[in-house]
Ligand binder design. Structure first.
Ligand code: PLP
Length: 404
């Protein structure tokens, strides 16, 4: 039983108004709203526990450390990693990918070696590799897609060569909503002896993820997209890989011994966590994961699937509607244009009706080029959205369309 009314009550912001209209928040792909328990966890820890972790013998420091490390265990359980050594706290998806790009390319790649990404990647899974490409002369290869927004698996297979060292792809596209067949992509890569990084920014909030079942070598996500706080994220890496990679940043916490002649590094996961971590953020992230787990990731996936089907069906009834991304396996991200109304105009006018959507290229300019457009309007769903809100969106789009 999915108790949507009760769930909505957990998110105070959902009952506010914008321009005198009830807020319809459909920008969950950019960031999600926070349940009361997550916000309260932050203030409670600041009010009653705050102390730096891993450093103090005093009571508060130990308590803060226990909370921080318990959060690591919560994340481990949430994605079914084998060990907490495999859970690295970062600032988010972007930092997690940059960490792997830097440490992996540094230690595992030579000039001319290749990384495979897909045409539908977010800039944060393109630019870190390009930075390495310009530094070390590595080569990016791109998995193409069909017009429905599905990756071409035959073409993917053909991209592998003796120089392929890593595949890095999104689990779910933040523009098209395509749920990529990552298990299959990983199997193919592994059959060529190549490890895979999965960008889980848009999957973690919407479906159960089991990194062992997927056999992902790296899996990354952001706390703020899964109803947690901003500024904290996760890099999951198989221990055997993380052991091979050099540290990303230097500083406190990540060392064992330092002298001016030689420094030895701390063990996993601390080797990759230089400096004071966002220990309040990690506790709040764990709270968010507990929150969605209590609802049930399967239940969330089923509810959002039904909502997506409803939204797709209703939106297609709108004259002049063009939807980008019609993959068979599609999550609740709906990018669209209507007639020749500019996406920015549509977004701005919907906003006046209290409807928050995103407009633009969604940090996926290569994908926009593939689609032959400059940008879209994007409605992205979360666990608290309703069919009534979809109806308001549809009515809003129709109203804006009539103005043009
Ligand atoms: N990857 C995908 C697929 C995303 O949608 C996003 C954010 O929208 C990111 C990566 C970057 O996430 P963050 O800005 O939280 O690091």
């Amino acid at each position: 039983m999915y108790e949507i009314d009760k769930i909505r009550e957990d998110f105070p912001i959902l009952s506010r108004t914008v321009y005198g209209k009830p807020l319809v928040y459909l920008d969950n792909g950019a960031t999600t709203q926070k349940p009361r328990c997550v916000v309260e966890t932050i203030s409670e820890e600041y009010y009653s526990v705050n102390a730096n972790v891993h450093r103090g013998v005093h009571f508060l420091s130990q308590q803060a450390t226990n909370l921080h490390e318990a959060s690591r265990e919560t994340v481990r359980k949430f994605i079914n990693a084998r060990s907490t050594n495999e859970i690295i706290f970062t600032r988010g998806t972007t930092e997690s990918i940059n960490l792997v790009a830097s440490s992996f390319v540094d230690s595992q790649m030579e000039e001319g070696d290749e990384v495979i990404v897909s045409v539908m990647e977010h800039h944060s899974n393109i630019v870190p590799w390009q930075l390495q490409a310009s530094r070390k002369g590595i080569v990016l290869k791109i998995i193409p897609m069909n017009d429905r927004g599905e990756l071409l698996l035959d073409e993917y297979e053909k991209l592998f060569s003796s120089r392929t060292r890593l595949v890095s792809v999104a689990h779910v596209s933040n523009v098209l909503g395509t749920i990529n067949p990552v298990k299959q992509l990983i199997e193919t890569a592994h059959s060529h002896g190549v490890p895979v990084l999965i960008d889980g920014a848009q999957s973690i909030p919407h479906m159960p993820v089991d990194v062992q079942q997927l056999d992902a070598d790296f899996y990354v996500f952001s706390g703020h997209k899964v109803y947690g706080p901003t500024g904290v994220g996760v890099l999951y890496g198989k221990e055997e890989w993380l052991d091979k990679l050099p540290p990303y940043q230097g500083g406190g916490e990540m060392i064992q011994n330092v002298s001016f002649e030689k420094t030895t590094f701390n063990e996993l996961p601390f080797k990759f966590e230089a400096g004071t971590p966002d220990y309040i953020g990690t506790t709040a992230l764990a709270k968010a994961l507990d929150y969605v787990s209590a609802i049930g990731m399967d239940q969330i996936a089923a509810y959002e699937h039904e909502l997506t089907l409803y939204a797709m069906q209703r939106m297609k009834e709108i004259p002049g509607m063009r939807i980008f991304g019609e993959a068979e396996q599609k999550g609740g991200v709906i990018s669209f244009l209507v007639g020749n109304i500019h996406h920015f105009d549509m977004g701005t006018l919907l906003d006046r009706l209290g409807i928050a959507v995103r407009t633009g290229h969604h940090c996926a300019e290569p994908l926009m080029r593939r689609l032959g457009i400059e940008g879209t309007v994007r409605a992205s769903l979360g666990l608290y959205n309703t069919k009534e809100e979809i109806d308001l969106l549809v009515a809003g789009i129709e109203r804006v369309s009539r103005m043009f």
